[in-house]
Design a protein around this ligand. Structure first.
Ligand code: PEP
Ligand code: MG
Length: 321
């Protein structure tokens, strides 16, 4: 019985009518890779690098970072690995960085906005990433958080190009997180310069619904399956696919079977989640027909609120069971 469950986890997330959705894990440490793979991950869709900077007295060196990225690449044995550059600010504060106090840190200098202002953070990280790419241990991609404009992406691309040339490293795909409404609405424009998108539905929901993602009072209302969020996801997929780019989701909703069903129906190509969520998501997708998921997504986009979307997804799940 246990063997059968392990076999099922190893199967691809292929719908009954033959549509494959790529499945990644959100993990930060190489030591977590074996468990993620055992749950059925096909790679890592989000390696958050904040953990390298938190709970210590100073910035990790280029060498420290290189070792961490290299270890993850080796643990994945050639499978895809998406590493996100430092996403500090907002809820994540680091004392030694001396960030100025802000009235509204979630609307302030966070994510890529911070990296672009602090080359002493950006450059060692990119050097460590390109050195990892040069080693060739994994198919690594780099992803930038909290992008709100094409200008930011172009500035980051330029720095990447310079560092790559200095190191004689290969080109690697450079993608962006879509986690603010402006980026979702401008996806068609951003897709010209981004090699891929990964939608951060945790932040996208916060910024769309104007609900602080950490506010416990409003938590029940902060549902990423809100039709307003789904419309922004649909716009992101349309923009990406118009330029032949793939689009993933690495926010929490990717690991919810109802969320995964809807996202696949909206045309999302990859879902990346906490490893323990992978088996249930794979099972949900493997029981479904893509055409049914697309019909579900179309109804969800026309629903009045998140509760109605959840009700539709539950009915659709019943129909496949
Ligand atoms: C997100 O915002 O959905 C996301 C994946 O990034 P983080 O949770 O690290 O902000
Ligand atoms: Mg985020």
């Amino acid at each position: 019985r246990r063997e059968r469950a392990a076999q099922a986890r190893a199967l691809p997330a292929l719908t009954r009518d033959g549509h494959a959705v790529a499945i990644g894990a959100n993990i930060n440490l190489a030591e977590q890779a074996a468990f993620a793979l055992s749950q059925g991950a096909e790679g890592v869709g989000l390696m958050r690098t904040e953990f390298l900077f938190l709970e210590r007295g100073d910035s990790p060196s280029e060498e420290d970072q290189y070792r961490a990225y290299r270890a993850m690449a080796e643990a994945l044995e050639g499978r895809p690995l998406v590493i996100r550059t430092l996403d500090i600010g907002g809820d994540k504060q680091v004392a030694y960085l001396d960030l100025p106090r802000e009235e509204n840190p979630f609307l302030g200098v966070r994510g890529s906005r911070l990296l672009l202002r602090r080359p002493e953070l950006l450059v060692p990280q990119l050097r460590a990433l390109y050195r990892t790419a040069r080693d060739g241990a994994a198919a690594i991609s780099v992803m930038f958080p909290m992008i709100t404009s094409a200008a930011e992406l172009l500035a980051l691309r330029e720095t990447c190009g310079r560092i790559r040339a200095e190191l004689g490293a290969p080109e690697i795909p450079l993608g962006i997180m879509i986690e603010v409404p402006s980026a979702a609405l401008m996806a068609d424009e951003l897709a010209r310069d981004a090699d891929f998108f990964s939608i951060g539905t945790n932040d996208l929901t916060q910024y769309t619904l104007a609900i602080d993602r950490q506010n416990p009072v409003l938590a029940p209302e902060a549902d990423s399956l809100h039709p307003a969020v789904l419309k922004l996801i649909a716009a992101t997929v349309a923009g990406a696919h118009a330029h032949g780019r793939w689009v993933g989701v690495c926010g929490g909703i990717a690991g919810d079977p109802h969320g995964a069903a809807l996202l696949a129906g909206l045309g999302v190509d990859e879902l990346s989640m906490t490893p323990r969520d992978i088996p249930a998501v794979k099972e949900r997708l493997r029981q479904s027909e893509l055409t049914a998921l697309q019909a579900l997504a179309a109804r969800a986009l026309a629903a009045p609120d998140a509760a109605a979307v959840r009700a539709l997804a539950a009915v659709a799940a019943e129909a496949t069971a």
